[in-house]
Design a protein around this ligand. Structure first.
Ligand SMILES: NC(=O)c1ccc[n+]([C@@H]2O[C@H](COP(=O)([O-])OP(=O)(O)OC[C@H]3O[C@@H](n4cnc5c(N)ncnc54)[C@H](OP(=O)(O)O)[C@@H]3O)[C@@H](O)[C@H]2O)c1
Length: 221
C-alpha cells in the first residue's frame, strides 16, 4: 500500500507526559524547541492530529515561528465532531484543512464542513480502534500528492499509529519538567517485557535551549 513517510513529533516532560491531568499541554517545551517544531512543520507536506487534540488545544497547525510554507492540516475525526470554531476551520483555510472521517459519518455534517472550506475524506471503520482506518487514511493522502506527514498527537492517535506500524521516524522533545501524573504519549502497544521494547536506529540527540531533542528511525521487529 502506497503511503507517505510518517514522522511523529511531540513534546514530553522528563517523566514522559505529553499533557497534564487536565489535558493542558501548553507549553511543555521551551521557545527554541517550539521554533524547531515549526521548522519541522515547514518541511512536511501535511500535519496530522486526532480530533481530541483539536478539542483540547485548538491548535493552528501553521508555520509561524520560522519562514516557510504551511503544510496541509489533516484531522482524524470519525464522526465529524470537530468544533465549528476550531482554528483549523477558520484560519489559513486556503492552505487546506482535510478531515478524515468514517464513511458512515453524518452526511449533513459532512456537507457543512465542505461548505466551511474543508476537504472531507472517509475510510471504512478500523476493526481494532473502531475509528478511522489509518493505513487507508495515509493511502488517501498519498493519492493526493502528500509524500511526508508529521504526526503531532495526541495520545490515542499516536498509539494507534504505532500499533499499526505506521510511524517511520520520531522527533521527540524532552523538557526538564515533571508532572507526576497526566497523559502519556503512548498507550498499550503489546510490549510486556524489556527485550520486546521498540528501538530506534540512526538516533541523534541535541540540546535545544533547556530541552533535549531526539530524532531516530523506528525499528519494528
Ligand atoms: N505534548 C504534545 O506534544 C502534545 C501534542 C498533541 C496533543 N497533546 C495532548 O494530547 C491530548 C489529546 O490526546 P487524545 O488521545 O485525547 O486525542 P487525539 O489522539 O488527538 O485524538 C484521538 C481521537 O481521534 C479520533 N480517531 C479516529 N480514528 C482514530 C484511530 N484510528 N485511532 C485513534 N484515534 C482516532 C477518535 O475520536 P473519534 O472517535 O471522535 O473520532 C479519538 O478519540 C491533549 O491533552 C493534548 O494537549 C500533546
Amino acid at each position: 500500500m502506497m503511503r507517505p513517510l510518517v514522522t511523529l513529533a511531540y513534546a514530553q516532560t522528563l517523566d514522559g507526559y505529553i499533557a497534564a491531568r487536565d489535558g493542558s499541554s501548553r507549553w511543555i517545551s521551551g521557545a527554541a524547541s517550539l521554533q524547531r517544531t515549526h521548522a519541522l512543520r515547514a518541511r512536511h507536506d501535511a500535519i496530522l492530529v486526532g480530533v481530541g487534540t483539536v478539542v483540547a488545544d485548538n491548535p493552528r497547525l501553521t508555520v509561524r515561528l520560522v519562514d516557510g510554507v504551511n503544510p496541509i492540516r489533516v484531522v482524524v475525526d470519525s464522526n465529524l465532531r470537530i468544533p465549528d470554531a476550531a482554528h483549523v476551520l477558520n484560519e489559513e483555510l486556503a492552505t487546506g484543512t482535510w478531515i478524515v472521517c468514517k464513511s458512515d459519518a453524518d452526511a449533513q455534517r459532512r456537507q457543512h464542513l465542505l461548505q466551511c472550506g474543508a476537504v472531507v475524506l472517509s475510510t471504512a471503520t478500523d476493526a481494532q480502534s473502531g475509528g478511522v482506518d489509518l493505513a487507508v487514511a495515509l493511502q488517501l493522502l498519498a493519492e493526493r500528492g502528500i509524500r511526508t506527514v508529521m504526526i503531532e498527537g495526541g495520545s490515542r492517535l499516536i498509539t494507534s499509529m504505532l500499533r499499526a506500524r505506521l510511524i517511520d521516524r520520531v522527533a521527540i522533545t524532552i523538557a526538564p519538567k515533571i508532572l507526576g501524573e497526566g497523559i502519556h504519549a503512548f498507550g498499550t502497544i503489546g510490549v510486556t517485557t524489556m527485550s520486546n521494547a521498540l528501538t530506534f536506529s540512526a538516533v541523534e540527540t541535541q540540546r535545544v535551549g533547556d530541552d533535549i531533542w531526539m530524532e531516530g528511525e523506528v525499528c519494528y521487529r
